[in-house]
Design a protein around this ligand. Structure first.
Ligand code: FNR
Length: 378
């Protein structure tokens, strides 16, 4: 199959994955309105075409949280990424490192922190959820620090999991799920061999290491439901600020008042995000929420954003709205499913090329020059 865009990666992923996995990544909460608006609100932003600006010398490099990056893009944390390709988190982390960008490992990854960090040279970023078991939180933070990780992405938009109706239809959840997943795997022999058999063990690597026993995929949904902590408040988090000596980026901010709280908390950055439309359907798209947050806290911490980014043009649009960098969620999952490390490498090359063209045709040569001026506000 010819791959020339994220849409092609998505179609390739749809063909090669058992449906329960494709829909788990592709879907969102409830009627998926926020998921769709994340994509369409961003794509609807018109760029200003500018000409005769000498754009021969374009640089994509940028500094994020004190680290030099080849472009203003990072890989978002995605749970179970290791089910989309053999030891998928390792493959994606390698591709990210080769592309000169950061890879974020989810709390609920298949591969444990140590396996992923040992596969690359530079420190990855680690994402943590607010969990009831503070012992687990401390344990995983200590392990992350021990392997050299200094950037913590702390996700706060999941005090309860959003309802994802597609999962029930696809066999990801529900009482007949195990049988259906088995049947689907048998109908996708390439995936079954590459991931189902050679990609073992299939457990939540970070959690199993703490519990001292495997936390299997079938326990995943139940584990999510019972372990997220709905009681948490900003005040309860102060121990985290004291405990973690590295950078903290709060992920899941969609409201200017919460952005202000993040500044008070002492966060180094925020990620404007609605979890890819997987939590509360009906909330603002990231693209619509971002400008007011930027107006409120710009200059006080780093502002990143994710949600709906499917191309380099979308990266440029999100930067024009005020983000310093964007994270790629589904786009990278589709690429990983299609081609493992090589697939993610190809996606990142594509995104870089598209950013370059968008900059050239809006008359910009440096990432720091991208601002609202390149959007047509008429
Ligand atoms: C996610 N996301 C996510 N976020 C997080 O903080 N921890 C996690 O474990 C996960 N897991 C996860 C699984 C899957 C399959 C998806 C698609 C997403 C949210 C993710 O980090 C990011 O916010 C969104 O994916 C961004 O939206 P796009 O780029 O997918 O539109």
């Amino acid at each position: 199959m010819i791959i020339s865009s994220t849409a092609d990666f998505r179609e390739a992923a749809r063909r090669c994955l058992p449906p329960f996995l494709f829909h788990y990544a592709d879907g969102g909460a409830y009627a998926e309105q926020t998921l769709r608006r994340n994509v369409s609100d961003l794509a609807d932003l018109a760029l200003r075409q500018r000409v005769l600006k000498n754009v021969a010398d374009i640089s994509l490099s940028t500094n994020l949280l004190g680290q030099e990056m080849a472009m203003p893009v990072a890989i978002a944390p995605v749970g179970l990424a290791g089910m989309y390709a053999r030891r998928g988190e390792v493959q994606a982390a390698r591709a990210a490192e080769n592309a000169g960008i950061a890879f974020t490992l989810s709390t609920v990854s298949v591969c444990p922190i140590e396996e992923v960090q040992n596969a690359v040279k530079k420190p990855i970023w680690f994402q943590l959820y607010v969990l009831k078991d503070r012992g687990f939180m401390r344990n995983v933070l200590e392990r992350a620090w021990a392997v050299g990780i200094t950037t913590l992405i702390f996700t706060v938009d999941m005090p309860v999991p959003g309802a994802r109706y597609r999962d029930l239809h696809s066999g990801m959840s529900g009482s007949t799920g195990p049988v259906r997943r088995m049947l689907q795997a048998m109908l996708h022999p390439n995936w079954a061999l590459d991931v189902g058999i050679t990609g073992r063990p299939h457990d939540l690597g970070n959690i199993s290491a703490y519990r001292g026993k495997p936390t299997k995929l079938k326990d995943y949904i139940a584990w999510l439901g019972t372990n997220f902590d709905p009681t948490i408040t900003w005040r309860d988090l102060q121990w985290l600020r004291d405990f973690w000596k590295g950078k903290i980026v709060i992920k899941g901010i969609l409201d200017p008042e919460d952005a202000r709280e993040a500044v008070k908390f002492g966060a180094n950055g925020i990620i404007v995000s609605n979890h890819g439309g997987r939590q509360l359907d009906g909330v603002l798209s990231s693209a619509r929420a971002l400008p007011r947050i930027v107006d409120t806290v710009k200059g006080e911490l780093a502002i990143f954003a994710d949600g709906g980014v499917r191309s380099g043009l979308d990266v440029v649009r999100m930067l024009a709205l005020g983000a310093e960098a964007v994270l790629l969620g589904r786009a990278y999952v589709y690429a990983l499913a299609h081609g493992g490390e090589a697939g993610v490498t190809k996606l990142l090359e594509l995104i870089a090329k598209e950013i370059r063209v968008a900059m050239a045709l809006t008359g910009i040569t440096k990432i720091s020059s991208i601002g609202p001026e390149i959007l047509d506000q008429s």
